[in-house]
Design a binder for this molecule. Structure first.
Ligand code: ATR
Length: 268
């Protein structure tokens, strides 16, 4: 029962109506009988929203596109991951002190680690945007060898320089992509249109991870499945990023299976 004591958490984004965070976190709160509720707010001005959240004592805030970077300047503290990635995806309100973190990198690493060991693996990372930054941070922690492939070479080069990566390439360089053991798509290609960011010929026997979770089976994932490659679905990154957020907000171990069930139920 929601009462005056119920702790309120939320997600802010624009748009936000596609978000699965409310279903995932409310299922987890219910499973552990916690007096918490999780809501979604479509927010245009994140800084104004944050000032409101401070005054009403919002317990935790999940942050999604387009606010992940801009909101940083209004927080009281950031952990190392959020600082290095340059974006936050969750904020915890500890007695009026707003602390920012970024769990996207853990989401990506844990998703891949269900299928492989990352240390020393050659990874073709497609894309050089915000999502790529979190993935690079995670893969570097695991000492994977990253080559960054992007449509706009200058963006790949500048990101590679910032994170100390030795190699970059273009999305149509089939031979160079083939030299890797893992392919990760962090571009937005495949979300709106049934397209793959790379030619089918670049996929041979790699582990293929597409961070896009709608549709569940992107064109890239379907190419990989046809070639009998192991695959990692995008919803896993939402799940493992989400279980870390649950721990960050409540201090408790997340009920992972329950959260996964809630996600899958709402994806199909
Ligand atoms: P996010 O925060 O989700 O990473 P982003 O920062 O806008 O979003 O980055 C989007 C990524 O998808 C970029 O790498 C972008 O490539 P560019 O750097 O060349 O813009 C990539 N991307 C978007 N549309 C693309 C397309 N049609 N073909 C290839 N790459 C595309």
């Amino acid at each position: 029962m929601i009462s005056a004591k119920t702790k309120v958490c939320c997600i802010i984004g624009n748009p936000v109506d596609h978000s699965l965070s409310p279903q995932m976190h409310n299922a987890a709160f219910k499973a552990l009988s916690l007096d918490y509720v999780f809501l979604a707010f479509k927010v245009e001005n994140a800084l104004k929203a944050l000032s409101g959240f401070r005054s009403v004592g919002m317990e935790g805030i999940v942050v999604t596109v387009p606010h992940k970077q801009a909101i940083i300047k209004s927080l009281d503290s950031l952990d190392e991951a959020a600082r290095k990635i340059g974006a936050v995806n969750a904020i915890k309100n500890s007695h009026g002190i707003l602390k920012g973190t970024n769990t996207d990198w853990i989401g990506a690493v844990k998703s891949l680690e269900e299928k492989t060991i990352l240390t020393g693996k050659k990874v073709a990372l497609l894309g050089a945007g915000g999502a790529a930054r979190a993935i690079i941070y995670g893969l570097k922690k695991k000492q994977a060898e990253i080559t960054l492939f992007n449509r706009t070479p200058e963006k790949a080069e500048s990101l590679a320089k910032e994170f100390g990566l030795a190699r970059t390439g273009s999305l149509d360089d089939i031979n160079k992509i083939r030299q890797n053991e893992i392919i990760i798509n962090s571009t937005s290609v495949g979300m709106e249109e049934d397209k793959s960011p790379i030619p089918a010929g670049a996929v041979t026997n790699q582990l293929v991870f597409d961070i896009i979770y709608t549709p569940h089976k992107t064109r890239l994932i379907r190419i990989a499945l046809e070639k009998k490659c192991p695959v990692v679905y995008g919803y896993k990154m939402v799940l493992f990023g989400g279980t870390e957020i649950f721990k960050f907000f409540t201090g408790l171990q997340a009920p992972q299976k329950i959260m996964e069930k809630a996600l899958l139920k709402n994806l199909h």
